[in-house]
Every structure is written in C-alpha cells, then in structure tokens.
Design a protein around this ligand. Sequence first.
Ligand code: ASP
Length: 328
Amino acid sequence: MKSTVFAGILLMSSIAAAAPPKTALVIHGGAGVITRAQLSAEDQAGYEKALNAALDAGNAVLQRGGSAREAVIASVTVLEDSPLFNAGKGAVYNAEGGHELDASLMEGHTGKAGAVAGVRTIKNPILLAEAVMQHSPHVLLAGEGAEHFADTRKEIERVPPEYFDTEHRYKQLLKAQAEEKQTASNDLKGKYFGTVGAVALDRNGHIAAATSTGGMTNKRWSRIGDSPIIGAGTYANDQCGVSGTGWGEFFIRAAVAHDICARMKYRGDSLTQAAEEVLLKVVPEMGGDGGAIALDRDGNIALPFNTEGMYRGWIKPDGSRGVAIFKD
Ligand code: ASP
C-alpha cells in the first residue's frame, strides 16, 4: 500500500515536471476611433491578418524557449513593417510633412530598459531601442544623437526618410491641418492614429514589454508622447508588463504603465483591477483616452480601453488565442 502511494506521488511529480512552463503574449496595434462603419470587411481582414502574423512571430520565439524580450521584439517588428499601423512603415506625418518615430523596451526581471525618440531613418525603431538597452549606458536617446548612435550599430537597418511615406497617412495630415485652421481647440481626442506594442511572458517566468509609434499626426516642436517614456507608455517588472496606446500627454502625466504595475506590487490589486482602474477611471477622469495591454507572471492578461476600438491580439497560457478590433 505504502509503495503504491509512493509510486503515485512520484508519477504526479514527474507529470508536473514534464508540463511545459506557461508562456503568454499580448499585442496591440493602437486604440482610437475605430468603428465598424469605418472599416470595410476587406480592411478588417487585413488588420486581423497582420495582428495574427505579429502573434505568430512572437509566439514562435516563446515556443522555442526564447526570451520575452526577443518575443516582443519579434511581434513589434512585424507591426512596424506593416503600413497599416502607426509605427515604422505606417508612421504618421508631423507638421512639416516628415516622420519622427519613438520606441521603447523594458525587461522586467533585470529592470533594464532602452528607448529612442524622434528618429527619422531607422527602419525598425524598436531594434534601436533594444540596442540602446544592450549596448549603451543610457536609457533614452533622441533625434540626431540617436541616429549617431545607430551609426555605431551595424545591425540597425537605415532607410531614406521617404520610406515612411504612405498616401493614407498623407491624407490624414491634410485633414488634420485643414481642421486645425478651422478650430483653435487643443482637444486632440481622436487625432492620433495608433501605436503598436507587445508584452510577453517566457518559460523562465520573465516579462518584457515593447511599444513603437509614429506619434501624433501633425505634431510639431519635436513633440514626444508616452511611447518612448519608460513608466508612461511601457513598463515591466518581475510581476507585470504593460504597453499603452492613446493620448500620450495624459499617459505621461498619469504614468500609466508604471501605475498599473505599482497597484499590483504595492496594493496587491489583480492585473485586471489595476489595468481597468487606470484606463477606465484615472485616464478618462483627467480628460484623456486610450488603452493598454498588460499581463502578469501567472499569464493573466488584461486589454482595457476607453476608446471605440483597439487593435489587439492575445495567446493565453493554455494556447487559446484571438484577435479583436471593436469594443464588443
Ligand atoms: N500614444 C501615442 C502618442 O501619444 C499615440 C497613440 O498611441 O496613438 O504618441
């Protein structure tokens, strides 16, 4: 009898040891005024295909035992290379008719972070953010200095600034400039067009978060939003990771990504409670809007947004996956 119980315990512990550790991945392609009426079935299918490709890229890294950092980079580069999203190839125009791109990356278990702001010739800004984290003593490099740093990194692909030109973004610029002439309002609600991001949990229980954007259409004076600001648009620690999208000025002022993780760490909030309170209460009460993707070390995910839609996708620890665009 004793030996049967012992054998049973042995069998159970070997099953537990053989069970693959949990991985999870969440991505976003921006929040904003995204309604069914605006998107044709064909456009919707195009967005879903791109979101699924980004999930596949990040998940392939996690399933072969790669790190959360490598996984978020893999997902975000796919989204940057798509003209559909406001990051990399699909970046919006600034007021001068150019493009200035921002990106950031943070690794939870090491607390290391890297970011770039206002770069103009970097094909994948998230890769330069990673280089800042891995190969410089700094966290955030901006403008010309960031481009000079890129000169020292052979692996960073450069493109002429025109690479980022797309017709649909140019039309958005002309529309924004026409509207600006008619109203002197400072209300930027709905005037932004996305941002991309990813958060991953790897087999070692490590979390990383990454965000990349072209910022706000018609931006001027080297405006920088929340996306390259660690703690605002991106944050990760040993329990939680977050990437945000929305009206960046409010995300900076509310330290959105850090606040979500801090509520978990210091107050013991659940991930959902923390993420929903910040996105559905704190940010709108201040007058801002947007969304975020978040996950914790148990593989729980939260995708709250207070806009009409948010391009998003997820793969849970049990392998179930999905992509969605609208609220319902
Ligand atoms: N948060 C970005 C910014 O303010 C824009 C966005 O997410 O749509 O630059």
